[in-house]
Ligand binder design. Structure first.
Ligand code: TYM
Length: 328
């Protein structure tokens, strides 16, 4: 069986973009692969976090991951800071990643523009920790949205270089980017990626939004001035809504075009909103149930950490040996 690894930051309730671009695929891949899924709280502190909020968001993100269908009986589901190998491999790999490589990372450039008063070293070396996350589990595939593609390319470069220098150590991973849903756009500005840090709450759907809120946000979604529900260049808003509907229902674009031929945008937007609200209903219910049983959640992330520790420690020992660290 091949191995899958992926992670999500606990920086707020996840969006429909996170769900359709990543988590939905995590769930589907569980049956065919050995999977490890991680709440990356160490990545989250590269931007300022309120400690109380971070703690709460970490627990919520973990619960949400399970609520979406990640099954802790099938997959290793854990919290990054519980497994110290991540920090250990991060250091080793930081010493074989070049300043120039990290300077080219677009996420760093974007974030340092967004938070000009906190361009810390961790923000700069963020991708190295991500490389460590992935390589520790000898991952073959990494299910992510498009925005993580550059980090996956860096992961491959670092792994190949390390293997060439020290001998075969790491599996070279590949990104797993879905054909549909890899880049869900903002409902308020369909030329921008949907993001939970958007100042305009109408731009994103949180997967815990109430059904009425979801429908309302879709009704307000920015589209265009013609009247045709069709997937075509230049129709960013409609293309995004069609993508969302198709990913949620499994209907093809042709079917959607046929179903809404001659109908107005109002009907179409309401239909997309209702389909999404219906799709997320069980997620919200599962989430409420899980958050009411903290001791169950605790037992899950404890076990996940033990499993992750065991797998990743094997890689770590191999790495220390290869680079010439004297064993204790
Ligand atoms: P994060 O927390 O920003 O996002 C989690 C996942 O959601 C995807 N995503 C989207 N997909 C489609 N449309 C969108 N609008 C959208 N917004 C976000 C992201 O591509 C991602 O797959 N650096 C990572 C976390 C990470 C990681 C890892 C991922 C840390 N270590 C190791 C994979 C493997 C991040 O910030 O994701």
């Amino acid at each position: 069986k091949q191995t899958i690894f992926s992670g999500i930051q606990p920086t707020g309730i996840m969006t429909l973009g996170n769900y359709l671009g990543a988590i939905k695929n995590w769930v589907e891949l569980q049956n065919t692969y050995n999977c490890a899924y991680c709440i990356v709280n160490m990545h989250a502190i590269t931007v300022k976090q309120d400690p109380k909020a971070l703690k709460q968001h970490t627990l919520e993100a973990y619960a949400l991951m399970l609520a979406c269908g990640v099954d802790p009986e099938k997959s290793v589901a854990f919290i990054q800071s519980h497994v110290t190998t991540h920090a250990e491999l991060n250091w080793v790999l930081a010493c074989s990643t070049q300043f120039g490589e990290l300077s080219r990372m677009t996420q760093f450039k974007d974030k340092s523009k967004r938070y000009p008063d906190n361009i810390n070293a961790g923000l700069f070396t963020y991708p190295v920790l991500m490389v460590a996350d992935i390589l520790l589990y000898q991952s073959n595939l990494v299910p992510v949205g498009i925005d993580q593609k550059q980090h996956l390319e860096l992961t491959r470069d670092v792994a190949i270089r390390f293997n060439n220098t020290y001998g075969n150590t790491f599996t070279i991973p590949e990104p797993y980017i879905p054909k549909q849903g890899a880049k869900i756009m903002s409902l308020a500005d369909p030329t921008k990626k949907m993001s939970k840090s958007d100042d305009n709450v109408n731009g994103f759907i949180s997967i815990l939004d109430k059904p009425e809120t979801i429908v309302k946000k879709f009704k307000r979604a920015v589209t265009d001035s013609d009247m045709e529900v069709a997937y075509r260049e230049g129709k960013d808003g409609i293309n995004n809504l069609m993508t969302i509907l198709s990913t949620v229902t499994g209907d093809s674009f042709e079917t959607i075009e046929r179903d809404f031929a001659g109908k107005g945008y109002g009907d179409f937007k309401t239909a997309v909103g209702e389909a999404v609200a219906e799709h997320l209903r069980p997620v919200r219910e599962n989430f409420d149930r899980l958050m009411a049983d903290k001791s169950y959640l605790e037992s899950c992330y404890k076990r996940g950490a033990e499993q992750a520790e065991k797998i990743s420690r094997r890689t770590m020992e191999k790495v220390y040996k290869k680079i010439g660290f004297l064993p204790r």
